[in-house]
Write a protein that binds this ligand. Structure first.
Ligand code: FAQ
Length: 313
């Protein structure tokens, strides 16, 4: 087929809401856009294991430890599905990881903050996973098949993660005054970084126009952020925890809350590698990658041996 026909065929599939699959023709910019977004998402999942993994040895009960351990393992699994989806776009795992380790590829800004107390683990589950789901529900209908299918399972697990976090917050908020204070302190530190997770305001979002045109994203950064705020206010009220925003107010006209912007200068600093934990996070990932070299080599050698046996049989 001529390129022009291929392009028409691609557009027609999108118009009919049919998925684009790895063997289908796709514009090069669509492929690059997907590699960027899916790999950023995969990197976020595995870097996101670090702030929570930090609390596994200090969880306050055996039950809490088992639940947190399972959650952190889930995040590793999400990374795996997403790297596999990205690899269907003609890029190798090595290249993707190299981009993370050298700072060429981004990962979510949220994982550059420290988890200082156990309440932070509650806030991460409740707010961070809550924001992640808000964004990811629409990605189950993203136009690229392998990404959409990975998101179905990820969303199911994220919803368990969000409840795990909210349960921790319930224990603390309805516990002693010191525990409630700890929960409030976590909310004070995580609220604005969570709002940043949705990305810059629509007017400053350089990738959104293409993402919406190609049905990669179905809703805009601002729409999702607004929905997250609307949903979270009632959950905070139930806990008796205050959202640290004097401008938070119901707006009857838009049927949603008005709220303050996060500090976009802080956001820009973080996504360019200068947040509180950027160096520490990348350092930990590079170290884990180097320590895992022998495992990758052993797995590759085993795979090679199995192939030789299969060919001989
Ligand atoms: N952090 O033009 P836009 C999770 C960058 S998973 C860092 O609006 P786009 C699970 C953006 O890449 C969390 N960078 O970009 C979990 C672009 O730079 P580039 C991750 C950000 O792609 C929970 C530039 O700014 N989720 O949490 C951020 O249309 C607990 C301009 O931005 C996903 O990745 C940010 N927050 O929209 C794990 C979901 N925001 O690449 C462990 C999929 C923007 O041109 C524990 N991704 N940037 O150099 C998306 O939906 C989109 O990529 C957005 C950004 C919404 C993140």
């Amino acid at each position: 087929m001529e390129t022009i026909d291929l392009e028409q065929h691609f557009d027609a599939k999108l118009a009919k809401n049919e998925m684009i699959e790895p063997k289908d023709w796709m514009p090069d910019n669509y492929r690059k856009h997907l590699i960027r977004q899916i790999s950023q998402h995969a990197h976020s999942e595995i870097v996101g294991m670090l702030p929570e993994g930090n609390w596994i040895t200090r969880a306050p009960s055996l039950r809490a430890k088992i639940v947190l351990l399972a959650k952190v393992q889930d995040e590793g699994g999400h990374g795996l599905y997403l790297y596999t989806a990205a690899e269907t776009l003609q890029i190798s795992r090595e290249e993707l990881l190299d981009q993370l380790h050298t700072g060429k590829a981004k990962y979510s800004s949220i994982f550059n903050y420290q988890t200082l107390t156990w309440a932070d683990i509650g806030a991460v589950g409740w707010l961070v996973d809550g924001a992640a789901i808000m964004n990811q529900v629409m990605l189950q209908r993203t136009s690229y098949g392998p990404y959409a299918r990975a998101m179905v399972r990820i969303c199911k697990e994220e919803s368990f993660h969000q409840r795990q976090g909210y349960e921790i917050m319930c224990h603390l908020a309805f516990g002693t005054p010191a525990q409630k204070e700890m929960a409030q302190d976590a909310m004070n530190r995580w609220w604005y970084p969570t709002l940043m997770m949705f990305g810059p305001k629509d007017a400053n979002s350089s990738n959104s126009a293409n993402a919406i045109k190609w049905k990669i994203k179905r809703e805009s950064n601002d729409e999702l952020r607004q929905r997250f705020v609307n949903q979270t206010v009632a959950q905070a009220e139930y806990l008796g925890i205050k959202i640290p925003d004097e401008n938070l107010k119901w707006n009857e006209t838009k049927k949603g809350y008005d709220f303050s912007d996060p500090d976009w200068a802080e956001f820009n600093n973080i996504i360019h590698g200068h947040g509180p934990c950027n160096k520490e996070r990348i350092g930990a990932r590079v170290k884990a990658h180097e320590n895992g070299k022998w495992v990758r080599e052993a797995a590759a050698a085993f795979g090679k041996k199995q192939n030789a046996i299969d060919v001989a049989a």
